[in-house]
Design a protein around this ligand. Structure first.
Ligand code: PLP
Length: 395
C-alpha cells in the first residue's frame, strides 16, 4: 500500500518545481526570430537578469546548464596557464575548478571543509601571500547545494580588496539567485553566473552570466575564448548574435513568466519566504536531531543556507532507504547525499516555487519515514516547524 497517488513533490535542489503558469507559457508556437517581439523579449530578460544580479553590467543567456555557465565564465576571462584559486566549501566550487584545469588553467584550492563556510580571513591571508599576483581569479559558490552551506560573498569580496590583490572575483549563484540577496556590484563581484532550473523556477537549459567592467577589460586579452561563449561575439549588432544562433524561444517564454511571478511577489518577499520556510525546516531537523541519529551537515547555524538543508544520517542507518520510502510510499522526492556525502546524508530543498504546504508536507513525510523505518529521532519536528511559522507569519 502507498499514499503517493496525487501530485508528486520534487524536494531536490534542482531541477525544482515549475509553476503551472511557467509551464503554460511554453505552450505556444515559436516566434519569428527576426521579429520585434523576439528582440523585445531578449532585451527585457537581459535587463531583468542584470537587475537580479544587482549589476549595471551586461548579462548573457546561454543554452546550457550550470556546467556550461562555468565554461562560459572561464573561457572569457582566462588565458592558458593562468592560476585560479578555488574556495572549497562543498562540491561545486571544486567542480568548477576541475573545469578550469581541463581548460588549461592552473588550479590552487584553498582547502575548506564540508561542514562550514569559506572563511574570508583565510582568503585574505592566502592572497596576501601571493606576492607576485599569480592568481588571476578567485572562484566561489554562494550556496553549495551538496553541503548546504551559504558563503558570505560580501565578506570574501572585502577580503580580496583588503589584500590589495588584483584577482577577478567569480561567483557561482546557480542555487541562490532569486532566493536570497545577491549584490554583484556592491560586493565587488566581477562575474556572476546562474542557471534556470533552481531558484528561477524554469526548466533546465538556460545559463546566465553577468559581467562587470573589470572582467570585460581582462576579457579583451583572454586566449581561452571560444566562439559560442565569447562575450564580444554576443555583443554583435544582430539579435542573432545574442544566442550565437537560434534562440531557445520556449525556455525564454518560460523565463519571462518566472520573472513576472518573482516581480509580482516582490523580491524582498521572495527572499523572506525562503528564509521563513528554511527556518521551519531547520526547526524540524533540530528536534529530530535529539534522537542522535540525524544532524545538520553545517555546524554553524548562521552558515546554513535558505535554499537547501543537508541532513547527516548516522552510520547505522541508510539514507537511501529513507529517500526511497518518501518517494515510493509518499510521493515526496528528497535529495540524496552527493559526492563526499553519498550514503551519509539526505537533502531537503526549499528553493524556488515552494510554499508552506509543500514544506510542511515534506517535513511530515520525512517524519513518517523516520517512524516507519525506526530511525531514532526527537518527537515533534514538524510541530516545531508549525510553531515557528505560526509565530513568524503574522495574522
Ligand atoms: C546545481 C549547481 C550547479 C550545476 O548546475 P547544472 O545545471 O547541474 O550543471 C553548479 N553550481 C551550483 C552551486 C549548483 O547548485
Amino acid at each position: 500500500m502507498t499514499v503517493r497517488s496525487g501530485r508528486e513533490f520534487l524536494a531536490i535542489p534542482g531541477p525544482t518545481t515549475i509553476p503551472d503558469e511557467v509551464l503554460r507559457a511554453m505552450h505556444r508556437p515559436a516566434l519569428d526570430i527576426y521579429s520585434k517581439e523576439m528582440i523585445d523579449l531578449t532585451d527585457g530578460l537581459l535587463r531583468d537578469l542584470s537587475m537580479l544580479f544587482a549589476t549595471t553590467g551586461r548579462s548573457y543567456i546561454y543554452i546550457a546548464n550550470g556546467h556550461g555557465a562555468w565554461e562560459a565564465v572561464l573561457s572569457n576571462v582566462l588565458s592558458r596557464g593562468d592560476k585560479v584559486l578555488v574556495l572549497e566549501s562543498g562540491s561545486f566550487a571544486l567542480g568548477w575548478g576541475n573545469a578550469a584545469r581541463a581548460m588549461g588553467a592552473e588550479v590552487e584550492v584553498l582547502k575548506g571543509d564540508w561542514s562550514r563556510a569559506v572563511r574570508a580571513s583565510e582568503v585574505e591571508a592566502h592572497l596576501r601571500a601571493d606576492k607576485n599576483h599569480a592568481i588571476k581569479a578567485v572562484l566561489v559558490v554562494q550556496v553549495d547545494t551538496a553541503s548546504g552551506v551559504v558563503n558570505d560573498i560580501k565578506a570574501i569580496g572585502q577580503a580580496i580588496r583588503a589584500a590589495q590583490h588584483p584577482s577577478l572575483f567569480l561567483v557561482d549563484a546557480v542555487a541562490s539567485l532569486g532566493c536570497m540577496p545577491f549584490e554583484m556590484d556592491k560586493w565587488g563581484v566581477d562575474v556572476a553566473l546562474s542557471g534556470s532550473q533552481k531558484g528561477l523556477m524554469t526548466p533546465p537549459g538556460l545559463a546566465f552570466v553577468a559581467v562587470g567592467e573589470g572582467a570585460r577589460a581582462v576579457h579583451k586579452t583572454s586566449n581561452m575564448r571560444a566562439p559560442y561563449w565569447d562575450w564580444t561575439e554576443r555583443d554583435g549588432v544582430e539579435h542573432y548574435c545574442r544566442y550565437a544562433g537560434t534562440p531557445p524561444i520556449h525556455l525564454l517564454f518560460a523565463l519571462r513568466q518566472a520573472f513576472d511571478l518573482l516581480l509580482a511577489e516582490g523580491l524582498l518577499n521572495v527572499f523572506r519566504r525562503h528564509q521563513l520556510l528554511a527556518e521551519a525546516v531547520r526547526r524540524a531537523v533540530t528536534v529530530w536531531s535529539e534522537g542522535k541519529a540525524l544532524g545538520f551537515n553545517i555546524d554553524d547555524a548562521c552558515e546554513r543556507s535558505n535554499v537547501v538543508t543537508t541532513v547527516l544520517v548516522g552510520d547505522e542507518y541508510d539514507p537511501t532507504k529513507l529517500q526511497r520510502y518518501s518517494s515510493e510510499k509518499c510521493g515526496v522526492i528528497l535529495g540524496i547525499g552527493i559526492n563526499k556525502l553519498q550514503g551519509k546524508a539526505f537533502r531537503i530543498a526549499h528553493m524556488g516555487h515552494v510554499n508552506a504546504p509543500m514544506i510542511l508536507g515534506t517535513l511530515g513525510v520525512v517524519e513518517t519515514a523516520l517512524k516507519a523505518l525506526q530511525i531514532p529521532h526527537g518527537k515533534g519536528g514538524t510541530e516545531a516547524a508549525i510553531t515557528y511559522l505560526s509565530e513568524n507569519v503574522s495574522s
